[in-house]
Design a binder for this molecule. Structure first.
Ligand code: ISE
Length: 335
C-alpha cells in the first residue's frame, strides 16, 4: 500500500518538527505538501523532503489532490477556517491545540463533524501518548489507589516567546493540565480559578507569571496547577495524583542521577517540550497515521476534547481577569 500523503500546515518550530518526524521516524506516511505564511520557509522545508511541494495557500494545500490527510501546526486563530476546509473535503486532520480559540467556534466544529457522521478530527494533546502519563492512567483505572481525590501539577518552562501574554499562559500552557485532568479522571471540569501571586521579577514587564490554577471536577475532585513559564531553568512537568489508598507521581526526570565534583548530585532536566515529549509526539503521530490508514481516522482526543478544553480555558481567562472562580458551562449535547 502506498504511503499516506500528509500536508503539514505551519512549519514553524512544531510543524518543522512534525515534518522531520514523519519523514524519518513514522512508517506508512510521507509529507507531500507544506505550507506556511512565510512562503520562503515552506519552500526551504519542501526542498529538503523528497517528493514534497510548497503550496502557497493553506486552503489549497488542504484541497490538493495529492493530500490524503492534514496536520495543522498553524496559529490557533487560523484553525477554524482550516478545520472547516478539512471537513468540507473529508480529510482526516491532526490539529495541534487549540481546536479553535473560542467556545462558539469550537462547538461549531464539533457539530459540523458530527453532521458528517464520521470522525475526522484529532486534537494534538500529546501528553495522552506519553509513557509516564499512560502508566499513571493505567494505575488509576486499575483501582490500586482507590478513588482519586486530588491532583497537584507543576508546569514550568525556562522561557516563552516574546509575544506570550498572561492569557496565553492559560490557553497555551495550562490547557495541557486541563486535558490531562479530563484524560486521567474521565470527568469534565466544572469550575476553574486562576490565582495570581506576585509576578516573578525575572518575567517580562506585564506578564502575570507564575499563575496557580484550581479546578473542580464533576465529582468534586480538586486539581491545583502551578504554571510558571519564565523560570530560566529548564522544562519541568510533574503530576501527582492522591487517592484514598496512596499517591503516584510522574515527571521527576530521575532517569540518570549523577554525582560529580564539586559535591554535585542530580541529573539533567529536559530543556524544552520537544525533548520531554518527543516520544509522546512520535507515538501520537504514528497512531494517528495508522488510524487514518485503517479508516478509523482518530485514535486519541477528538473535537469534543478540543471544545471542552477551550471552554475551560475561556473561563480560566475570565477568572484570571476577575480574580474570582468561574463556572465552566459545557453544551450538554455532546456529539
Ligand atoms: C507550548 O505551546 C506547549 O504546548 C508546551 O507543551 C507548553 O509547555 C508551553 O508552555 C506552550 O507554550
Amino acid at each position: 500500500m502506498s504511503d499516506l500523503r500528509i500536508a503539514v500546515l505551519g512549519v514553524g518550530v512544531m510543524g518543522a518538527d512534525h515534518v522531520a518526524r514523519i519523514t524519518s521516524r513514522i512508517s506508512g506516511a510521507r509529507v507531500s505538501v507544506v505550507n506556511d505564511y512565510l512562503p520562503e520557509k515552506a519552500e526551504q522545508i519542501a526542498a529538503a523532503v523528497p517528493g514534497c511541494r510548497a503550496v502557497a495557500d493553506p486552503l489549497d494545500a488542504i484541497a490538493d489532490a495529492q493530500v490524503d490527510a492534514v496536520l495543522l501546526a498553524t496559529p490557533g486563530p487560523t484553525h477554524e477556517k482550516q478545520l472547516l476546509t478539512c471537513l468540507e473535503h473529508r480529510k482526516p486532520v491532526l490539529c495541534e491545540k487549540p481546536l479553535t480559540t473560542d467556545v462558539t467556534s469550537s462547538l461549531e466544529i464539533v457539530r459540523r463533524e458530527a453532521d458528517l457522521g464520521v470522525p475526522l478530527i484529532q486534537v494534538g494533546f500529546m501528553r495522552r501518548f506519553d509513557h509516564e502519563y499512560t502508566a499513571l492512567k493505567t494505575l488509576l483505572d486499575g483501582g490500586e489507589l482507590g478513588t482519586p481525590l486530588l491532583m497537584h501539577c507543576v508546569h514550568r518552562n525556562a522561557s516563552v516567546p516574546p509575544y506570550f501574554d498572561s492569557s496565553m499562559i492559560v490557553r497555551d500552557s495550562l490547557v495541557h493540565e486541563v486535558d490531562v485532568t479530563r484524560f486521567l479522571f474521565g470527568e469534565e471540569i466544572t469550575s476553574i480559578q486562576v490565582i495570581t501571586p506576585s509576578a516573578s521579577p525575572g518575567a517580562p514587564q506585564g506578564l502575570q507569571d507564575p499563575q496557580v490554577a484550581v479546578f473542580t471536577t464533576e465529582s468534586g475532585k480538586h486539581i491545583d496547577v502551578e504554571v510558571f513559564v519564565t523560570t530560566g531553568v529548564a522544562y519541568e512537568v510533574r503530576t501527582e495524583v492522591v487517592g484514598e489508598r496512596g499517591s503516584a507521581m510522574i515527571g521527576l526526570g530521575v532517569g540518570l542521577v549523577r554525582k560529580s565534583a564539586p559535591g554535585r548530585w542530580g541529573g539533567t532536566i529536559t530543556p524544552g517540550f520537544r525533548e520531554r515529549f518527543g516520544q509522546a509526539y512520535d507515538t501520537e503521530v504514528q497512531r494517528w497515521v495508522d488510524a487514518v490508514v485503517s479508516g478509523v481516522n482518530v485514535d486519541g482526543p477528538g473535537a469534543w476534547d478540543g471544545y471542552a478544553s477551550t471552554a475551560v480555558c475561556e473561563a480560566g481567562v475570565k477568572s484570571l481577569q476577575s480574580g474570582r472562580p468561574e463556572p465552566v458551562e459545557l453544551d450538554e449535547r455532546r456529539a
